[in-house]
Design a protein around this ligand. Structure first.
Ligand SMILES: [Mg+2]
Length: 259
């Protein structure tokens, strides 16, 4: 991985060569630092302004990519002209268009069952937070005390195992995600969006910080810029930034370069 700010010249070159740019931004850990509870990770007025400026640029198409539900992320960002790939790629909002993975939709009743089982099984665990995202579930354990993450993993796994043909469990930063067992992720969501947009040969920039973003890094083209927030040796991204603050400076840079 190369440090992005030592390779800005190459990025500038690409931006000059391609007339249109697709900019994909992860939210938690990328646009905002990760907080104790997801509801505390709010977008500062400065960052919202920056996003607004980016959406006004005619060369740029901006899309927020997140594991959060579409409703959740839309209410946080609250900018009309932004597109979203939400719920780990299962929901896409593109202007007035809405796309949802049909299989994920069919599995919803089973997910409700898992949720009520999880509620019962984690009632006694202090600090655990269950997040119902409609098509997926998240079990946050950042604030858990008195019980190890392995023990929580065992509890969650034992429930998900009953539905193993239908659902899988993946790990993020202090979170277990329960997602439909279908071949789908942020990367597939990204490809689906470019297909809906009919913008296949466009230059892409993706900035993300977590394991689920690796799926998106994987589908990036040779010339595209896959950027990870935080250095990680085996990441599929070619570039890294040190922290979310540097992500913001990169966005500021983009507004000037593209002005
Ligand atoms: Mg993230």
């Amino acid at each position: 991985m190369k440090y992005l700010f030592s390779n800005l010249a190459l990025l500038r070159q690409r931006l000059e060569r391609y007339p249109k740019i697709l900019l994909f931004l992860d939210y938690d850990g990328t646009l905002v630092p990760i907080r104790k509870r997801p509801s505390l990770a709010i977008l500062s007025p400065l960052r919202r302004q920056l996003l607004e400026r980016l959406t006004q640029n005619p060369r740029l198409f901006l899309c927020i990519v997140t594991g959060r539900s579409l409703i959740d992320i839309q209410s946080i960002i609250a900018i009309k002209s932004i597109s979203y790939i939400a719920n780990h790629g299962l929901e896409i909002s593109l202007g007035r268009r809405y796309w949802v993975h049909p299989q994920a939709l069919r599995l919803k009743p089973h997910l409700r069952e898992i949720l009520s089982r999880l509620r019962r099984a984690t009632m006694h665990i202090k600090g655990v937070l269950l997040e119902d995202k409609g098509l997926t579930l998240s079990v946050h354990y950042r604030n858990v005390t008195g019980i190890s993450s392995e023990e929580i993993e065992t509890v969650v796994k034992s429930i998900v195992n009953h539905y193993k043909e239908k659902f899988i469990m993946t790990c993020g930063k202090k979170v277990y995600d329960i997602r439909p067992n279908i071949n789908w992720d942020k990367g597939r969501g990204l490809l689906k969006l470019t297909q809906l947009l009919d913008k296949k040969g466009t230059f892409k920039i993706y900035i993300g910080d977590d394991r689920t973003d690796e799926d998106a890094f994987r589908v990036m083209g040779k010339e595209d810029f896959a950027i990870r927030v935080g250095y990680k040796r085996n990441s599929l991204a070619s570039y890294y930034l040190k922290d979310p603050k540097e992500g913001v400076s990169l966005l500021q840079h983009l507004t000037t370069i593209l002005a």
